[in-house]
Design a protein around this ligand. Structure first.
Ligand code: HEM
Length: 326
């Protein structure tokens, strides 16, 4: 048992070292010379999107997470197509695509062919957190965009809320993230929403006994077994739904996790102890969150001559013309 724990620890350290090696290819201020306005263009689009609909902030944050877990942070989640990641079941409720389109259109006007959609997503996620009250951090850039997007890969790589603690942990360690990163990043659920279609499995035919009784009653009112709308939504953090604070964890300590995966993480001592200090205050949480986001946003990035800089985030660039035939 002890041997397995040591081995697991070593594997995590190796994965993190590999991650650090990758991060050396990205650079803070990557666009300083080539497109000095890149980050402010993205920021302006995110602010506009946020004013139109504050739900774009959680939407953009989740887009970045779902991007990074499938083929690395390469904007594969943004590609349209009948079998692309967008049609995978964990991605049914992704939002924020219009904000990405607006930012990319302006980037292409000012700096054609220079700023990747993958970097755009990383900047937009950071800005969204800052706009909702979280801590700002410098985003190393230089990611390039992938050309492949496959729904089956998204189904396989994105963690489901019905996984147990070990399966959830495995899905993060596979990507070079520690269990502590996983719990800290799950704090993203301090903003945003969940759909009835996601919650009903905990309510019917029998109510999940780990669900707080008052919360179960509220959820059943919003999501009746018959006659309700699968599209109705409930705030993931009912206390301060639009604020990037540590309130979501307080809910979990009170047994009020809407998302089953978050609640079971908190019912396991093995996952609770290591991160307890990170989340005791909003300041320590937002600071730990920024650190873990830095790690997440560098998963399996494409740099150098890998991939491409997409002209439009929803489609790969047309293949280069083969030139005149001999
Ligand atoms: C630990 C594994 C995770 C699972 C199982 C999970 C699952 C989910 C589910 C089921 C929803 C609600 C979907 C719906 O009904 O519309 C959701 C929402 C959300 N998740 Fe996660 N998540 C996880 C980790 C993360 C991470 C690491 C982040 C970001 C760093 C994140 C960010 C979000 C955000 C911001 C929302 C709200 C989206 C919106 O309002 O549009 N999640 N997640």
């Amino acid at each position: 048992m002890e041997g397995a724990g040591v081995l697991c620890g070593l594997l995590i350290i190796v994965a993190q070292l590999l991650q650090m090696a990758v991060s050396q290819n990205l650079q803070v201020g990557f666009y300083d010379q080539s497109c000095p306005t890149a980050e402010s263009i993205v920021r302006t689009a995110v602010e506009r999107g946020f004013q139109q609909d504050p739900g774009n902030a959680p939407g953009l944050l989740r887009l970045h997470f779902h991007d990074c877990f499938v083929r690395g942070c390469d904007a594969s989640v943004l590609l349209d197509g009948p079998k692309s990641e967008k049609v995978a079941s964990p991605n049914f409720s992704l939002r924020g695509f219009e904000v990405v389109d607006a930012a990319k259109a302006e980037l292409e006007l000012q700096c054609p062919g220079l700023v990747s959609c993958a970097d755009l997503l990383a900047f937009a996620a950071r800005d969204s957190i800052e706009l909702t009250g979280g801590k700002r951090w410098d985003v190393p850039a230089g990611r390039r965009d992938g050309t492949v997007s496959n729904n089956a890969e998204a189904e396989a790589m994105l963690p489901s809320p019905s996984l147990n603690v070990q399966q959830l942990t495995d899905s993060f360690t596979r990507k070079g993230l520690s269990q502590s990163d996983m719990i800290t990043l799950s704090g993203a659920h301090t903003i945003g929403r969940i759909h009835c279609s996601t919650v009903v499995a905990r309510l019917y035919p029998t109510t999940d006994p780990s669900l707080d009784a008052d919360l179960a009653t509220q959820l059943k009112t919003l999501c009746p077994q018959t006659g309700g709308s699968a599209a109705s939504t409930f705030n993931l953090d009912p206390t301060t739904p639009d604020l990037f604070d540590n309130m979501y964890y307080s809910n979990l300590f009170g047994g009020k996790g809407v998302l089953q995966s978050d609640q079971i993480l908190f019912e396991s001592w093995s996952t609770k102890l290591p991160t307890m200090f990170n989340i005791l205050s909003t300041t320590s949480f937002t600071s730990s969150f920024a650190d873990s986001m830095l790690t997440m946003s560098q998963i399996e990035v494409k740099t150098g001559t890998d991939g491409e800089i997409r002209r439009h985030c929803r489609v790969v660039n047309p293949a280069a013309s083969p030139g005149p035939s001999a």
